[in-house]
Design a protein around this ligand. Structure first.
Ligand code: SUG
Length: 425
């Protein structure tokens, strides 16, 4: 058995709502105060996981964080933020380097500090504890502290690892939006800095030639590309990106990657003429997942929203014609998450593991068909059909959420992981 890429998806929590909390994220801003559908949101997420499992891709789940976040509840400015289910976007949970790329042959994990948004900066402590619980074998895994607040970091959403096979040595593309020496800043927040990405690469012990730093363009950020995974996507030898994504061409990364990986790579730039930047962001074409099947062929897992945009469909057709290793397109409906700016790629954290590493991690979060059925049943039992901003004032919502999370932690074999479970005991 060779190394595989495990996708850990954030399970969408019972308080999923549209708070308009993420400035610079077009979908979040556009859906502010609309009525959300937590039950369908969570089921859409689980069905997306099932699509990957049916393709033979290892799949796991990250439980939602406890909400409301108690320390914010008494502050009127932060009360809504306390309910955010934003931990669902697992691509922002951490940056991960597989053991084949690190000097001590351990998997290195840095939880993201998510400093930019008030509702997300509360995620890191629980994420850190959770990842330490899931990957608790110190001989195989090192879960670092997240970076200090002065180094804004949003995790794997701004990081792509290319490689021949998952277990081979890889090259790491880090994309940042700002740096200490930049004089021009986008109007919307740049959520990742060069210095943050450099600190992660250093903390993981990545070699200089195995790392490349690329700047996202101001235009891309100001058009709603708040993370790199909204304007670029890669897997193994493939990297697809928008013409306007970066300040500089990707040519030097391309040649450095070919040298390091000793393989021809398939880089594809999607021109604005085919897919204008604003439609790339509305359709979330780039927020797709590219996965490798056991046959070596790849599948493009695309948000079904792309079906609404002829330009996105043209970009998909162009991708298939230019990159023959991608042999199939599968559309997934994650519209509830999409309406908060989170597509298929945002919902998952990629973890490349050797078979023994996978066996050493906490098994309770790994999905089987029967566990997916159990989780769907769990959602059916505990989630509301709809949630409006007004409903956040309903005291029953807190009880319901705690009951749901209590039951979930048992289903996943995690014990008492939530603060409310610890204070009750
Ligand atoms: O941080 N949306 C998330 C979406 C994150 C998407 N992740 C990746 N691109 N990898 C964010 O902007 C909206 C919440 C609200 O408005 O209620 C939100 O936080």
């Amino acid at each position: 058995m060779v190394s595989q890429e495990l996708n850990l998806d954030g399970l969408i929590g019972p308080t999923h709502f549209f708070g308009g909390l993420a400035y610079g994220n077009q979908a979040s801003m556009a859906h502010q105060n609309q009525v959300s559908h937590p039950k369908s949101a969570a089921i859409q997420g689980l069905q997306k996981m099932k699509v990957l499992m049916d393709l033979g891709i290892p799949q796991g789940v990250l439980p939602p964080h406890e909400r409301p976040y108690q320390p914010y509840l008494s502050d009127p400015e932060k009360r809504h933020h306390a309910f955010s289910a934003s931990s669902m976007w697992a691509a922002n949970a951490a940056t991960i380097s597989p053991s084949s790329d690190t000097p001590d042959s351990k998997v290195h994990i840095t939880p993201a500090n998510l400093q930019t948004c008030i509702h997300r900066r509360i995620e890191a402590p629980f994420t850190t504890d959770l990842l330490r619980t899931l990957f608790d074998d110190r001989d195989r895994f090192q879960v670092h502290e997240s970076l200090p607040a002065t180094l804004p970091d949003e995790g794997a959403a701004n990081h792509t690892r290319l490689c021949k096979q998952y277990g081979d040595r890889g090259i790491h593309l880090f994309v940042y939006g700002t740096s200490q020496s930049t004089s021009e800043h986008p109007s919307y927040p740049a959520r990742q800095s060069l210095e943050s990405s450099q600190a992660i690469a250093k903390q993981h012990g990545l070699s200089n030639e195995g790392v490349y730093m690329q700047q996202e363009s101001l235009k891309a950020i100001d058009s709603g590309g708040f993370h790199n995974d909204v304007v670029g996507v890669g897997n193994q030898t493939v990297y697809i990106y928008h013409e306007m994504a970066y300040t500089h061409p990707l040519t030097s990364f391309h040649s450095q990657a070919e040298t390091i990986l000793d393989a021809p790579l398939h880089f594809l730039m999607i021109p604005s003429e085919t897919l204008p930047l604003d439609i790339a962001i509305r359709s979330y074409f780039f927020n797709s997942q590219i996965v490798t099947l056991s046959s070596g062929k790849m599948v493009f897992i695309v948000p079904s929203d792309c079906l609404d945009y002829p330009e996105a469909l043209n970009a998909i057709a162009y991708t298939l014609s230019e990159i023959p290793i991608i042999q199939e397109v599968v559309y997934v409906d994650v519209r509830q998450s999409m309406q908060n700016g989170g597509g298929p790629a945002c919902l998952r954290l990629r973890v490349v593991l050797t078979p023994s590493e996978q066996a050493a991690m906490h098994q309770g979060v790994l999905l089987t068909n029967s566990k997916v059925d159990t989780l769907i049943q769990w959602v059916e039992t505990h989630y509301r059909e709809t949630l409006s901003i007004k409903d956040l004032e309903d005291p029953h919502l807190i009880e319901e959420t705690h009951r749901a999370l209590d039951s979930l932690s048992a289903i996943l074999g995690l014990g008492s992981i939530y603060p409310f479970q610890k204070s009750d005991s």
